[in-house]
Design a protein around this ligand. Structure first.
Ligand code: GDP
Ligand code: IMO
Ligand code: MG
Length: 430
């Protein structure tokens, strides 16, 4: 099968957008399978910076079809804004961007509910993006959601939307601002023309020999089932979500590329065993420009965690890793890699279910020397300093999965392709 899932192996922002963009030329269709406009995927092309939130990062390639799958929660206002931003830089989406008729919609009241739920949690807040993602998924599993297909009977849609909004306003004791809904309805009406049964669209394309790139948002540790619950997002970010979130069956997936940062970052609250709260953490934040692409919040930073990487490889069936931001480590004297955790005096190698336990584990580190020369923009494995090569090999051994791609800068071409690794097959048109 020629269809590939790209998934984040940590807590998001691993650099998925860059790799979706890099691999898109070799695929016919790019599809997002979960999350919403909580995602922020940065792509840099010829020094121009694009941040895709809801639309698949493949949209920057003018001849490609992009799909927002049924597993995504869609805010029509956010979608229209993104379409306008793209149009202003010459990227037209008409006729090549489709939204699943089964995608649940985010309504303005979901944002109000998101904020209220965070406030109610007090000190235990998740640190959500406040985009209404969680409440929209609650409506979906609670079988109350309005879906994209509901736009086809627009008068009924408006009635139901306002009834839902009135109920939530009553429950939360908040004011129902009908004016907010006027602009929302305008966007929703515009979106209706893009709505299709995308499960058939994708499966027919695959039957016709076309290839699909499935773009994950967030990361494995933010997955609602397998991540650091309750400090997670409300969807299945892991590769399994790519089948439920698109309607492409598991046997249509030909491989899974895991994107891992050479260190780790996290936005929002929750356990982070290798977090650095010192000047090294600040150095990584500055050098890696680790500020949220959606909310601008400073990202928490820490050392690479092999326990989490192995867990991600297992859960996602990752057969190749793309290692990003190696260049951010260039100036460090020494680099730590977490090889296990200590908890109650015992060494553990597995990720515990309880966030309260994961927040108390003590990371066990292997320390290696830094390379102290620039790797920025290097495109050939043999040209990496030998200590950087050793670091990559060490991670590979610890993770138990080949590192086939190494990113040494934000631009498309700042990428090392490691010869004779399984990732190479995704770099040619197929
Ligand atoms: P995503 O959410 O996984 O798509 O990742 P983000 O786009 O939120 O964050 C990754 C950030 O790192 C973006 O600003 C990218 O432009 C940048 N980036 C990606 N790869 C590299 C790299 O190898 N080196 C450096 N210095 N920056 C990178
Ligand atoms: P990309 O796709 C990093 C985090 C939020 C919060 C938690 C729940 O760019 O990697 P939500 O608004 O989803 O209910 O928030 O998940 N989060 C992300 N962190 N990258 C993302 O997306 C994220 N999307 C959500 O910060 O901790
Ligand atoms: Mg991001």
């Amino acid at each position: 099968m020629r269809n590939l899932v790209i998934v984040g192996t940590q807590w998001g922002d691993e650099g998925k957008g860059k790799f979706v963009d890099l691999l898109t030329p070799n695929f016919d269709i790019v599809v997002r399978y979960q999350g919403g406009h909580n995602a922020g995927h940065t792509v840099i092309v010829n020094s121009k910076r694009f941040i895709l939130r809801l639309i698949p990062s493949g949209i920057l390639h003018p001849d490609k079809v992009c799909v927002i799958g049924n597993g995504v929660v869609v805010d029509p206002e956010a979608l229209m804004q993104e379409i306008e931003e793209l149009a202003s830089v010459g990227v037209q989406v008409e006729g090549r961007l489709f939204v699943s008729d089964r995608a649940s919609l985010i309504l303005p009241y979901h944002r109000v509910a998101d904020r209220a739920s965070e406030e109610a949690r007090g000190g235990e807040r998740v640190g959500t993006t406040l985009r209404g993602i969680g409440p929209a998924y609650e409506d979906k599993v609670g079988r109350r959601a309005l879906r994209a297909c509901d736009l086809f009977d627009f008068e009924r849609f408006k009635t139901r939307a306002l009834a839902n909004a009135a109920e939530v306003s009553f429950r939360l004791g908040s004011e129902l601002l009908e004016s907010k809904y006027e602009s929302y309805f305008q966007s929703a009406e515009r979106m209706a023309s893009m709505v299709r049964n995308t499960a058939y669209l994708l499966n027919r394309a695959v039957d016709d020999g076309k290839s699909v790139l499935l773009e994950g948002a967030q990361g494995t540790m933010l997955d609602v089932d397998h991540g650091t619950f309750p400090y997670v997002t409300s969807s299945n970010a892991i590769a399994g979500g790519a089948t439920t979130g698109t309607g492409l069956a598991p046997n249509k997936i030909g491989g899974v590329l895991g994107v891992s940062k050479a260190y780790v970052t996290r936005v929002g609250s929750g356990p982070f065993p290798t977090e650095l709260l010192d000047s090294t953490g600040e150095h990584l934040r500055q050098r890696g420009n680790e500020y949220g692409s959606v909310t601008g919040r400073p990202r928490r930073t820490g050392w690479f965690d092999a326990v989490i990487a192995r867990y991600s490889v297992m859960l996602n069936g990752i057969d190749s890793i793309a290692l990003t931001k190696l260049d951010v480590l260039d100036e460090l004297d020494e680099i730590n890699v977490c090889i296990g955790y200590k908890y109650n005096g015992e060494l553990i190698q597995e990720v515990p279910a309880l966030a309260s336990v994961l927040s108390k584990v003590e990371p066990v580190y292997k320390t290696v020397p830094g390379w102290k020369v620039s790797t920025s923009g290097i495109r050939d494995f043999d040209r990496l300093p030998s200590k950087a090569q050793d670091y990559v090999r060490l991670l590979e051994d610890l993770i138990g999965c080949p590192i086939g791609l190494i990113s040494t800068g934000a631009e498309r071409n700042d990428t090392v392709v490691v010869p004779n690794t399984p990732a190479v097959r995704w770099l040619t048109a197929h």
